[in-house]
Design a protein around this ligand. Structure first.
Ligand code: GLA
Length: 391
């Protein structure tokens, strides 16, 4: 039985105990790992990512009237509000993701009744594996089914993204929701955040991915994220005035163009913009390398990606650097980098399958020796995306 099956069984039991009936709809959405392409999504660029084998279930049943109850199944904390008036709160921050999603669904169709809902997942919070996107996508799928609202994958992802923007204050791109929805078992997913095309990219059977959660989350993460995004937009506006082709986003700027003009920008904006521009190029080369089964080359791109985060985007931190630097010396490791927003969270390590257990122990030791605290490691598998389980 998988860990996710356990979560599902516990959720059904808790739902029955709390609300005295079975849910009408249950949806599941996985977390995601970002393999290459950091902070490229909101720059209309490319990302290689995967949905993972950890996720969140969202269970819901209709209720007469508009008053609705929402329960976080891990702590059994409940909030109630009217289904037609979801608004952000400061006291139960976890509920904001769900309320934000409901607001997105309400904008398409006003609810005629309320609900009882509960969710439960097994993605560690703050680990950089997108527990919030998994919750948004699972809630979005469940509500759309409950209220009979038909959504495309892109609309569902955008509803989750808008919940982050308006209810959680993070001006994120679409990567997390997109990966959670479009994941494909056994494959990485290549997303183009201009055309919204998604293609599976196979990676072969010899390597696997290890997530190492530093358990570190540095202060002001959300503010730093939004600030980075703003810098990228300023850089794109600058390049639009210099280049003789259209620049709608940093996706339209090549590394050669960056080299030629970066000295004319203010130094911080220049540094920040180097990162997504370089990342787009690394994603494209990485796909070529995977096609040619050049796993060593792909791993090197992951290390380069981390260097770029560390030096240009400054979204790494000592805890992440310890793991990436340590990984370079561990037998069987091909590549390592921070995954997701940065400033804490997890490092993703690509490692030969035969070496994964030893590498995992070695990484935990490296981390404990340097920081005197624990980092959690787990092998992740590329998994299918979100789905309705009941309903
Ligand atoms: C977070 C955001 C994503 C993306 C990544 C960085 O996970 O939610 O939209 O920008 O950071 O690539």
């Amino acid at each position: 039985m998988s860990a996710c099956q356990d979560v599902y069984d516990i959720l059904l039991k808790k739902f029955q105990e709390k609300y005295g009936r079975k849910p009408e709809v249950v949806a599941y959405a996985p977390g995601r790992v970002e393999i290459l392409g950091n902070h490229t999504d909101y720059n209309e660029g490319y990302v290689l990512s995967a949905a993972i084998n950890f996720g969140t279930y969202f269970a819901v049943a209709s209720r007469e009237g508009l008053e609705s109850r929402l329960c976080a199944g891990d702590v059994m904390e409940e909030v109630s509000f009217n289904a037609d008036q979801p608004s952000a709160t400061k006291d139960h921050m976890w509920s904001n993701y769900v309320k934000g999603v409901l607001a997105g669904i309400n904008a398409i169709q006003k609810p005629t009744h309320g609900f009882d809902a509960m969710f439960l997942g097994n993605i560690p919070l703050g680990s950089g594996l997108s527990s919030s996107a998994a919750l948004e996508v699972a809630a979005g799928l469940a509500f759309s089914k409950l209220y009979g609202v038909v959504l495309s994958n892109l609309e569902l992802a955008r509803i989750g993204q808008k919940a982050e923007h308006d209810f959680a204050g993070v001006k994120c791109g679409l990567l997390d929701q997109f990966s959670s929805i479009n994941g494909k078992k056994g494959s990485l997913v290549w997303s183009d955040f201009r055309t919204y095309d998604v293609k599976p990219v196979t990676i072969g059977e010899d390597v696997c991915f290890l997530m190492c959660n530093t358990n570190a989350r540095h202060a002001l993460v959300d503010g730093a994220y939004n600030e980075r995004r703003q810098r990228c937009e300023q850089a794109a506006a600058f390049f639009a005035t210099r280049l003789d082709h259209k620049v709608a986003a940093l996706r339209d700027v090549s590394w050669e163009e960056w080299l030629k003009y970066h000295g004319e920008m203010d130094p911080i904006t220049a540094k920040r913009s180097a990162h997504p521009i370089g990342e787009d190029e690394r994603v494209l080369s990485g796909i070529e390398m995977l096609r040619n089964n050049n796993l060593a080359g792909f791993g090197r791109l992951m290390f380069e990606s981390h260097d770029s985060s560390r030096n240009y985007f400054e979204n790494s931190c000592p805890e992440l650097d310890t793991l990436v630097d340590g990984a370079q010396a561990i037998p069987g490791v091909l590549g390592a980098r921070l995954s997701g927003g940065g400033f804490g969270g997890s490092v993703v390590v690509m490692v030969n399958k035969t070496d994964v257990e030893a590498a995992s122990v070695a990484l935990r030791n490296v981390y404990a020796n340097k920081h005197g605290s624990r980092c959690d490691t787990r092998i992740i598998t590329c998994s299918d995306g979100a789905r309705v389980v009941i309903g």
